[in-house]
Write a protein that binds this ligand. Sequence first.
Ligand code: NOJ
Length: 595
Amino acid sequence: MTIESAPDSVVPAGIPTSGLLSTGSEWWRTAVIYQIYPRSFADSTGDGVGDLPGITRRLPALAELGVDAVWLSPFFTSPQKDAGYDVSDYCDVDPRFGTLEDFDRMLATAHELDLKVIADMVPNHTSSAHPWFIEALASPEGSPERDRYMFRDGKGKNGDEAPNNWESVFGGSMWNRITNPDGTPGQWYLHIFDSSQPDLNWENPWVREQFHGILRFWLDRGVDGFRVDVAHGMIKEAGLPDYTPPPEGASMGGALPTTSDDLVLDLSHADTALAPGITDPPAPNPDPPYWGQEGVHDIWRGWHSVLAEYEGDRVLCAEAWVDPLTKMALWVRPDEMSQAFNFDYMFSDWTAESQRAVIDRSIAAFSGVGAPSTWVLSNHDVVRHASRLALTAENPQGAGIGPGSPGQPEPVLGLRRARAATSLMLSLPGSSYLYQGEELGLPEAVNLPDSARQDPTWFRTKGEKYGRDGCRVPIPWEADKPAYGFNSSGKSWLPQPADWAPYARDSQEGIPGSTLEMYRTALAVRRERHLASGTVSWLNGYGRDVIAFRNGEVTVIANLGKVAVELPVGNILLASEPITGGALPSDTTVWVLRS
Ligand code: NOJ
């Protein structure tokens, strides 16, 4: 192996780019938050769909992993047309997942284990089965019931053309025409997502009041906060003007690039510390008229006030696919939300240059408003990072990967990069999100049969996009049990790959070097060394493909190049791959306590 020599002396001459990253002592500023996707986490009934009692039973495993909080994707009453993001009763639990009493037991168990619990609020749209929508359909045009949603007259002769040209995130038109109670064709309603998910009219004060009540319902039960679905989409530009998205098509956020190539800054980082004051690159496209409108901020100020009525530090986390980060930071100003997912980071290229730049951009943007940056690599809407980081073809968010996708990921390389990326992420100051199964190194389930697919994206694009099922397969707990211990019946709402036994939790438990043990060590050291409340000080002297910084007493070095580099002398606290001979191999991250 060729080893590039390290600088004569590794001088921590870095400039603290972060300054005071985040102001305040609330728990969420530094938390590691683990996303549970309830239908795929643990199934107590054996029906093939996970549930709340299943979660309760497995919570000790998460406490022991070392996370601070769990965020549960929706478990509310829902026809499940979009896996629960189509809610028909916000104040009850869907029978598939259990009961309100099961929720209370789960929450109490989590709190006993010192885990906070974050619920997933879905305010942009309801299910078409929600009583409000059913009332709207039964009520005349112009009625208060209709005004809760986005109804409009059609264009053209007889109103038989959609009110505008907007395309649904899931494919097809964003509009659906209704049939009046007397059988005649009626108005059209807007749905950014599936036609079973009509958008609410957030200009209507009645809608705002209802949601304040819903928040209080769950806060009264003791939840520690909310992840807020589509927090960038609730207000639409007045007049609903036509809009044509960029060629790669609609996604959760129209202006986000599919890769971060177009975000790479024109800065040379080779062998130099970064200058402070990095600014965002210009956004590649103007915001679509249904994303990122100024009017959403008033809604968040209202929600902030509701949470402030409660004791303890309750959190609001925005799912806001807006770009650039300086704009996203507006969602987390002191009187709005607490934190926002950092999708710019998630989609940054696996190159040292891109990673350094996005870390700087993130810290600068969020600290500018006194909020912590968040860091996230996987969730239920994107290709798992153990696969995504080894894709060799463009893959826009939501497209997914299946057997026919170009640029298939190479699993060994993907996992190696994922481990390096996670080790880098967990060393950064701020709050990090983990998605269930990534601690096992799970790859995307690429070879799902078409007949098993359930994502509305797959149906609405007529199979052109595989969608998100590949990251949603029930996770493996025990290698030799039915459904890998997901339940005792062996049923699974999406088929689990036959080769997942080595990923099972019990295959990795106590095995040095396993991905599970790597996560456990990272979380323990992160806590012990206070990395989440530290600062990033870039280090001089490493090659351009190497990321090197100090956070407190820990030196973090990630080699994203092809050639091994020499390591400084010290005690290795964490290594994403085995280290031999004082060299840091390619696609590897280490945390070193320098001697
Ligand atoms: C974002 C959620 O994460 C995704 O899963 C869902 O399909 C859309 N919002 C619509 O609610």
